[in-house]
Design a protein around this ligand. Structure first.
Ligand code: ARG
Length: 579
């Protein structure tokens, strides 16, 4: 594996430069396969060795690189050492490369491949709380909620694979004036039957209607305020209606999340933290940190000069709490309940300031653990529409993805033999949706495009699934070929070497992902792997090759399938076996 080679090269460097080998481990990187050009396997930049004093920082860097390369003799593992513009390149023995990379796939899936790398040791393995999705009851589930759902799920999967204990949390918008309106309007516009049949849709309809009504009808507006006040005062009738709305909504979401392959350990929400919010206010008051503004609101001064030039409002003039007040209480409560070592919030970038202020206030209150809280922001999605129009519910997007994919699949032959085409279409459609979303930096906005994302060729989630299914089919068809013996010297072709070199990078990719929590590293790694596999399919036939060659090739394909499936699962895609 990558570690074996990195360690050997580091030892060599350590001996030559009389340093501890450990300093070279993170500095050695596997060389990416580019445009199918042959290359060495690892490289080391000489510049950083000069800046940290391992090499003299004066003199011509190219000469120094060449000199160092000449000092590093080849051996049984490292076959060639060369200098190239400020870099030392290391080429390892080809047979050993195949042997070490493919060893973990001997019997089984090599599940730990890449994860047992020493590069990942620098990440603490504690409890991670990831809060994501967090839609608002009776309101639209917009593209931002979809993004939060899939990004949060990816982060939770990643942390879990890295060995962390993960708590997946959904923080529902289950409090606020919308319940006043719903409560006031349900008697007039609500229908128990519709609520049963299509709860999300019906609650949304009632909410939209009563909202409109309240705009010009003061009685409705008053009734809504009244209802919300009853709720805040825990009057039992109001609370029981609220509870019913919340319960059916959660049940409905659970079902839809399941289709997406997403789950939560905890469903909580803003409603849980009203009392806590008032305690927070009291605490800040007693410590003199809560000021009263001219408007009569309660604010915390966040300006560095202490001149109130930047404040955060925690209390309305009527004494009710706000979104941020509940968030402060929620964070403290989570720390006490779950003892997390880190907490990650996933929302769109419009809430960056909110989380910045939240963290600042928690720090002011003396909660130093907030330094291990992080907001992962993402950009906007433009044009997410279905055939019937604007998206209001998550399920509309899932249905559309499945229908479109089913249509595309029906144009090919294999679908006819499939047992559960709708199921496969759903998984492939999800994959398409995710890859479109995950390909670029999360902070970038992007335009939603059904046709482009569902293309079978090109860098799409369909292509990932197609490649995985094709590898599965190859493995199925070669049953009986896989034997006990495996001769790594039978994979000398460059096409195969490219795949091995690419697999060599997997631990670095996981490492980058763990650092910045961006899914694009894994997406691009997987897409590249699929392109390399496509060439190998053409050039390295299993069928018709001598038994021992067929065995070696099959092992290579099995490893590629396994790593591809592993990467897909972290991204939140369930790989299909046929399509
Ligand atoms: N419900 C909020 C919204 O739809 C997102 C909640 C984000 N999480 C939080 N702890 N504030 O905008």
């Amino acid at each position: 594996m990558a570690c074996f080679f990195r360690r050997r090269i580091a030892e060599k460097l350590g001996r030559t430069l009389q340093q501890s080998e450990d300093v070279f481990i993170p500095a050695l990187t596997a060389i990416p396969v580019l445009k199918k050009q042959q290359s060495a396997d690892f490289r080391l930049a000489v510049g950083p060795l000069r800046s940290c004093g391992i090499l003299p920082s004066t003199g011509d860097i190219q000469l120094q690189t060449e000199h160092l390369a000449a000092q590093l003799k080849q051996d049984g593992v490292v076959e060639d050492v060369s200098a190239a513009s400020g870099m030392i390149h290391f080429k390892v023995n080809r047979t050993l490369l195949a042997e070490k990379i493919l060893e973990p796939f001997k019997d089984g899936d090599g599940d730990n491949f890449g994860l047992d790398s020493e590069l990942l040791n620098c990440f603490p393995r504690g409890t991670t709380l990831v809060e994501y999705s967090s839609p608002n009851i009776a309101k639209k589930f917009h593209a931002g909620h979809l993004r939060s759902t899939i990004i949060g799920n990816f982060i939770a999967n990643l942390k879990e694979s890295l060995g962390n204990k993960v708590i997946r949390m959904n923080y529902l918008g289950d409090w606020g004036m919308q319940f006043g309106l719903l409560g006031a309007g349900f008697g007039q516009f609500g229908c128990a039957e519709k609520l049963k049949q299509n709860p999300l849709q019906h609650l949304f309809e009632v909410y939209v209607r009563v909202n409109k009504e309240a705009e010009h009808n003061e009685d409705v507006d008053r009734a809504a305020r009244d209802f919300f006040r009853q709720l805040e005062q825990h009057e039992s009738e109001a609370v029981s209606l609220w509870r019913r709305f919340r319960e059916i909504t959660v049940n409905e979401y659970r079902r839809v999340y399941e289709r997406l392959g997403v789950g939560f350990d905890v469903y909580c929400g803003e409603s849980f933290h009203q009392r806590g919010a008032h305690e927070v206010v009291q605490q800040l008051q007693s410590r003199g940190l809560l000021k009263t503004s001219e408007k009569g609101t309660g604010v915390v001064d966040l300006s560095p000069q202490g001149d109130m030039s930047s404040v955060s409002t925690l209390l309305r003039s009527d004494g009710t709490s706000l979104y941020i007040t509940r968030d402060i209480a929620a964070a403290i409560d989570r720390k006490e309940k779950y003892h997390f070592d880190e907490m990650i919030y996933v929302t769109d970038k419009s809430q960056e300031k909110h989380f910045h202020q939240l963290f600042q206030i928690l720090l002011t209150m003396g909660h130093s653990w907030v330094k291990r809280c992080r907001h992962v922001p993402f950009g906007l999605v433009r044009g997410m529409k279905t055939r019937t129009g604007e998206v209001v519910f998550l399920e509309d997007v899932l249905d559309e993805a499945r229908a479109r994919m089913l249509h595309n699949m029906s144009q090919t032959n294999t679908t006819k033999e499939m047992e559960h085409p709708a199921d496969t279409a759903e998984k492939v459609g999800m994959s398409a949706l995710l890859v479109q979303d995950f390909k670029g930096p999360l902070l970038s906005d992007y335009k939603f495009d059904w046709d482009r994302m569902l293309q079978a060729q090109g860098d799409t989630g369909v292509f990932l699934q197609y490649t995985h299914a094709r590898l599965c089919s190859l493995i199925r068809r070669s049953e009986g070929v896989e034997g006990a013996t495996f001769d790594p010297s039978l994979l000398p072709e460059q096409t195969g070497v490219f795949i091995l070199q690419h697999l060599l990078r997997y631990d670095e990719i996981l490492c980058h992902s763990a650092q910045d929590l961006q899914p694009r590293h894994l997406v691009n790694f997987s897409l590249k792997l699929c392109h390399l596999v496509a060439s190998a399919h053409r050039e390295l036939p299993v069928k018709g090759s001598p038994q021992n060659v067929a065995q070696a090739r099959l092992r290579l394909f099995a490893a590629a399938r396994s790593v591809l499936a592993h990467a897909m699962r972290i991204l939140g895609i369930s790989p299909v076996d046929r399509m």
